[in-house]
Design a protein around this ligand. Structure first.
Ligand code: ATP
Length: 237
């Protein structure tokens, strides 16, 4: 599937009656790389979960390509091509790496597993190991690989680098750069490692208390540490 654009209009959502995100609007062009930044608890995870249909939507519109998916079920969104890698790295810990990957095939032939192994050679080495035997980095790779096997047009990544060693972060970011370079995927990256997120993105949105507090080009933030400090609460070092 080719990369698809997203149009978010006046989106409000939360958990049951509790509203967490309030009137957010933004566009992501096909093939763009949007970084979503913000302090803890500002609603970044809730935004991604809302795009995937996992929260209570209180209003607004989510357009994916030509489709209005605001009321679509999560499974329908996944089928249309929205892929989500949650912060919790949703892997099956009592299944092997290969069994986890097979669960991501979604009707594709088993030979497609080679794509995952080429992307993450470490997973090939660990194909017979159970999910629970993997390191944090390997679990993150597995979670990403399983989602990528579904060939999403839009990929939502929630803090993929959390808790990982710098060398693994380098590896994952390099993989994301290669993926983005194909132009086949629109990527929204929520990440606390600001510098890495800014290096990767071509567009940035900052969230504060469920709203958008800043949108612009990454260069502006890369060159203005005080602004980053004001918006996100940590300087770039
Ligand atoms: N399942 C839930 N039910 C009710 N409130 C929730 C739920 N999940 C998160 N929240 C609340 O929603 C708000 C936003 O949380 P969210 O996880 O979206 O923020 P975040 O910006 O992703 O933070 P972090 O960087 O810590 O992951 C927080 O106040 C949080 O307590």
């Amino acid at each position: 599937m080719p990369a698809a654009p997203l149009e978010i209009r006046n989106l409000s959502a939360g958990y049951g009656p509790t509203r967490i995100i309030e009137g957010i609007s933004f566009d992501v062009k096909a093939g763009d790389r949007l970084a979503v930044l913000g302090r803890n608890g500002m609603g970044k995870t809730t935004l991604l979960a809302t795009l995937m249909g996992l929260t209570t939507c209180h209003g607004g519109e989510i357009r994916y390509g030509a489709e209005d998916v605001t009321s679509a079920r999560t499974s329908a969104r996944a089928k249309l091509g929205i892929g989500y890698v949650p912060q919790t790295r949703d892997i099956f810990t009592s299944l092997t790496v290969e069994e986890n990957l097979r669960a991501g095939l979604k009707g594709r032939p088993p030979s497609a597993l080679d794509e995952a192994y080429e992307m993450f050679p470490r997973l090939r080495e660990r194909r017979g190991n159970f999910g629970k035997q993997l390191s944090g980095g390997e679990q993150q790779m597995l979670s990403m690989a399983r989602t990528l096997l579904g060939k999403p047009s839009v990929l939502l990544l929630d803090e993929p680098l959390e808790g990982l060693a710098p060398v693994i972060c380098d590896e994952l970011m390099a993989m994301l750069v290669r993926l983005a370079a194909t132009g086949d995927m629109t990527i929204i990256l929520v990440e606390q490692q600001i510098e890495r997120a800014l290096d990767f993105a071509n567009n940035v949105m900052v969230m504060e208390r469920g709203r958008t507090s800043w949108q612009g080009a990454p260069d502006i933030l890369i060159n203005d540490r005080d602004l980053v400090d004001r918006l996100v609460g940590v300087g770039i070092h």
